[in-house]
Design a protein around this ligand. Structure first.
Ligand SMILES: NC(=O)C1=CN([C@@H]2O[C@H](COP(=O)(O)OP(=O)(O)OC[C@H]3O[C@@H](n4cnc5c(N)ncnc54)[C@H](OP(=O)(O)O)[C@@H]3O)[C@@H](O)[C@H]2O)C=CC1
Ligand SMILES: CC(C)(CO)C(=O)C(=O)O
Length: 314
């Protein structure tokens, strides 16, 4: 068993699920919580999963990072809308020479983290996971769970498979979490956006689940066009997303159980939407490389309008 200490920043649908699996496998895990702190300190975490339900009656729960031990691996599992808190949250808990493991959707997050903490490695994981937080300390894992890991270096040059990536992969694999290693993090991030941009965006704008978007010829066409635009964005950075990958994402979603995307869940709960990380950053990156992603830009403007209106109502 490894002696790496893990911190989970944000014990929600994703952080709660993976963190609990790591603890169950015997790893030393420390959970930062917000509204669920009292409940989880007292009763622990309950994970409902198609892979088997389990309870952790005792977890290392914290309300403040100052009380947490310094950790070898700090998992960032907040919504990106909370990333403005990272300058307060990260420095006290990441060990010198440690790893910040970003498990968030979107683009450009590693560059922000590199500004906050020096002398750490930044590794990101793109999570193909359907998980929801359904109550205090109560996570419902609906499907999937594969994480594609890639390491960040300034400029997003491809660094191949590093030893640190391999160590984290070994820890997660020991907890029964499927891991794939990517040589090129930037390519992996754009590939994840092939799914998130059309489905997250359209689910909110059109008030639709994934199966509804796939069942209609017009929305299906829109999804596909958006996917091709994401591929054009990747291409502006010299990354090739083949047409076969787009077909794979369409087939994958057709086979998926009807799903309300995480952005739609946030919208329905009047929580802020991850518009900047998932739409704004890719648009700005592509623009900086000289291309305008017109359809994605149109989705972005509508989401900004809906997000602002939703927040005002709240
Ligand atoms: N859920 C999924 O299946 C997937 C999620 N992702 C990505 O993972 C990331 C996390 O999403 P998800 O887990 O769904 O989101 P959740 O909202 O379920 O989890 C985020 C957690 O962070 C906690 N939090 C927020 N602010 C603080 C704070 N200041 N201190 C401590 N805890 C805090 C929240 O606490 P509180 O409970 O009080 O709100 C919440 O429990 C996002 O980038 C998302 O896009 C990617 C793939 C799949
Ligand atoms: C594609 C999906 C729904 C899981 O398969 C996901 O990873 C996400 O919501 O970001």
């Amino acid at each position: 068993m490894c002696d790496r200490k893990y911190a989970i920043l944000g014990t929600g649908a994703l952080g709660g699920f993976y963190g609990a699996k790591l603890q169950k496998a015997g790893l030393d895990v420390h959970f930062l919580l917000r509204s669920d702190y009292e409940h989880v300190s007292q009763y622990g975490l309950l994970i409902e999963s198609k892979e088997g339900d389990f309870t952790l009656s005792q977890v290392n729960a914290y309300q403040y990072v100052e009380k947490m031990p310094q950790c070898d691996v700090v998992v960032v599992a907040l919504k990106t809308t909370q990333n403005y808190l990272l300058p307060e949250l990260l420095p006290p808990i990441v060990k010198d020479g440690g790893v910040v493991l970003v498990l968030q959707n979107g683009l450009g997050i590693e560059e922000e983290i590199a500004q906050i903490v020096g002398n750490v490695s930044i590794i990101s994981g793109l999570c193909f996971l359907c998980s929801n937080k359904v109550g205090q300390g109560h996570i419902r894992h609906l499907d999937y769970g594969l994480i594609t890991l890639g390491e960040y270096v300034p400029g997003y040059h491809s660094v191949g498979i590093t030893d640190r990536m391999q160590q984290i992969a070994d820890d997660f694999s020991s907890a029964g979490i499927a891991i794939e290693l990517a040589e090129d993090l930037l390519l992996a991030r754009w590939k994840k956006l092939v799914w998130n941009i059309p489905y997250n965006g359209l689910s909110v704008i059109l008030n639709a689940t994934t199966d509804e978007l796939m069942a209609d010829v017009y929305t299906c066409r829109l999804v596909e066009q958006l996917m091709f635009e994401v591929a054009a964005g990747a291409n502006s950075y010299g990354r090739n997303i083949p047409d076969s990958f787009i077909q794979k994402m369409l087939d994958y979603t057709l086979k998926m159980k009807p799903y309300r995307t995480s952005m739609k869940i946030d919208y329905d709960a009047c929580r802020p939407l991850e518009v900047e990380a998932i739409f704004g950053n890719p648009l700005r990156k592509a623009r900086a490389a000289g291309i305008n992603l017109l359809q994605i830009s149109c989705i972005y403007d509508q989401l900004k309008f809906l997000d602002t209106k939703n927040q005002r109502q709240y």
